[in-house]
Design a protein around this ligand. Sequence first.
Ligand SMILES: NC(=O)c1ccc[n+]([C@@H]2O[C@H](COP(=O)([O-])OP(=O)(O)OC[C@H]3O[C@@H](n4cnc5c(N)ncnc54)[C@H](O)[C@@H]3O)[C@@H](O)[C@H]2O)c1
Length: 359
Amino acid sequence: MKDLSHIRFEIPDIGDTSPVVSIGAGGIVEGAHLPAYRMAGIPVAGIFDINQEKAEKLATAFHIPKVYSTMQELTSENTTNCIYDVAVPGSKIIDVLPLLPDNSYVLIQKPMGEDEGQANAILDLCRSKQLVAGINFQMRYAPYILMLKQMLAEKLLGEICDLEIYVNVYTPWHMWDFLKGAARVEILYHSIHYIDLIRNVLGEPRSIYARSTRHPKMPHLAEVKSNIIMDYGDMLRVNISTNHIHEFGSHNQDAFVKVEGTKGAVKIKLGLLMNYPDGIPDVFEYVLPDDDPVEWHQLPLQGSWFPHGFIGTMYEMIKAKQGVIPHPDNSVEDCINTMRLVEQAYQQQNSVKMLDEDV
Ligand SMILES: NC(=O)c1ccc[n+]([C@@H]2O[C@H](COP(=O)([O-])OP(=O)(O)OC[C@H]3O[C@@H](n4cnc5c(N)ncnc54)[C@H](O)[C@@H]3O)[C@@H](O)[C@H]2O)c1
């Protein structure tokens, strides 16, 4: 059996870094950003939220030295000597970016706006202000995904011919107030992670096909389930299937990323999605059929998609600011392509619905 003990996740050594300044003190900052930065030793110098109480609560919990009462106070004190960490609802990003100093570094929580029009406006703003900006698509840097990428880089799986993401869980959508009445839900707020991950691993697809559906018990929500096909030609099947309303207990819940190649396969159980937000343990399994007998094995995991993946998105910004890399891997210039695919996934099914109506 091949020794794969070197395939593992380690928290990176961040080195000297400018501090982070948080804009937004909501659930994701409390549950993922700040815990990740604490783990990796990334300093947070200050925090602002239009709801000052929320900012004060997180400042106390995470020992953040300064709570700002206005954006003007925050930017005049930090200028370009920090990394701005914007985690406000997608529709509000466009209000926050103009307030940041030109030439600053900024990590923006996903989605990059609520549709392609907003994404383009965000991109234009970043270009005109010469911001070095990245998007918080953190699944790319989840520990098990970094391990998968290590295996792919070593060509352990051979030629990739199948990538499947399957989700059959009960997601507590009520946790996100802003989704009530939103025109787009499942792809824009959830499957977007998978679309981004697949692009990140396989490159750009030829096209995308999607069909999303709502749920009769959730009339206040747009789509909550999706079938998505990303077209990579006739030798590579890529499929995302999500049902977030499997309300029948944990027995048949499941969520995984499975990658098959000509020499082996990996299956990653996404434990976080089951019993969200507490989750159950993730599992990383692999098989290399050259091993005799053919058996699935497990690799030990340290950390998960939340919060460890959030180290990766910020680390890209830090490396760019340190001058170690020319631009973050999760730059707006790259992530706009994820937003374009999301838009195509919605537009394409709108045209299918119009055909339905014609019949
Ligand atoms: N990457 C991920 O996996 C992930 C996970 C969850 C949420 N998110 C995204 O993060 C964003 C925030 O989600 P959340 O769960 O923290 O929501 P939330 O409602 O808990 O928090 C949003 C916060 O932003 C603040 N805010 C709004 N406008 C602001 C402004 N102009 N300036 C400063 N603060 C402002 C609000 O007062 C609120 O505290 C959403 O876009 C969501 O899609 C991403």
